[in-house]
Design a protein around this ligand. Sequence first.
Ligand SMILES: CC(C)(COP(=O)(O)OP(=O)(O)OC[C@H]1O[C@@H](n2cnc3c(N)ncnc32)[C@H](O)[C@@H]1OP(=O)(O)O)[C@@H](O)C(=O)NCCC(=O)NCCS
Length: 272
Amino acid sequence: MIPYCSSDSHIERTEKVCRMTIENYRLFTARDIPDLGEKTHVLTGSAWPEFMLQDPLANEYFGRLYVEFPYYQFVLMHPETEEIIALGNSIPLAWDRPAEELPDEGWDWAIAQGFRDREAGLTPTVQCALQVVVKDGWQGNGLSASMVRTMKSIGRRVGLSALIAPVRPNRKCDYPLTPMERYVHWRRDDGLPFDPWMRVHARLGAEVIRPCMRAMYIPGTIADWESWTGMTFPDSGRYVIPKALVPIDIDRDRDQGLYVEPNVWMRHPLNE
Ligand SMILES: CC(C)(COP(=O)(O)OP(=O)(O)OC[C@H]1O[C@@H](n2cnc3c(N)ncnc32)[C@H](O)[C@@H]1OP(=O)(O)O)[C@@H](O)C(=O)NCCC(=O)NCCS
């Protein structure tokens, strides 16, 4: 059985990953740095628009990742200043069905299911990517590919069969009116995905499985949404908001705003 947390063989295998250096930065997991969650809180917060930090399931579970799945949370650190340059988060899952059946609830499903599987004592089979953040000022240097590679080596070393990822295509926010089902098939002349973040995954061997249309579900009152976006919503209807992949729905009668973010499932085999 592949342990979730702490068996000696697991630690030994994972520590080999931790001792690597990447592009002159040092690599640590939350096992090496027990307060990694707090240490990376600002980095995570600064990477996302405010509304993306309001997903109820993320807020319920994210902090627990560092405590309950410490080997799957890792950072790159500057060797001299000890500044954290990049963060990667993932979770093991007990998924034994075809990848095509991965749920539409994408990210929200994955984070909650990882904890449910653990509580049920199920044996994990795959690793699910939850986040990669490269710190502002360090972006644009190809570090993100190293982060995904490192994430994969963690999963591979603990014997998981695939890294699945509910990928958030990062240029989709420039095309909020394009259906995700079409966007994920846009290609450049060289055959790689049009979207830069999908391209990073594709270059590292991932295939597109299918869009997950309800990957994140973020409700709020009208006042919440006005404060998260800095906009006003005088009428009911759909609104394009900055950095969202699709418009939000505002219902003034029910005092509700709702963002349902679509992502796309991609899959990296780990056992080839
Ligand atoms: C997405 C992110 C991880 C990329 O990290 P990075 O190390 O700067 O990216 P890289 O230098 O490896 O570049 C990867 C690709 O993205 C492109 N890219 C980099 N920054 C970009 C940006 N701000 N907008 C659009 N494309 C960008 C690069 O051109 C490259 O594409 P190409 O080489 O195929 O042309 C980083 O921008 C980030 O942390 N963003 C905020 C959090 C996020 O969106 N995470 C991903 C989803 S979990």
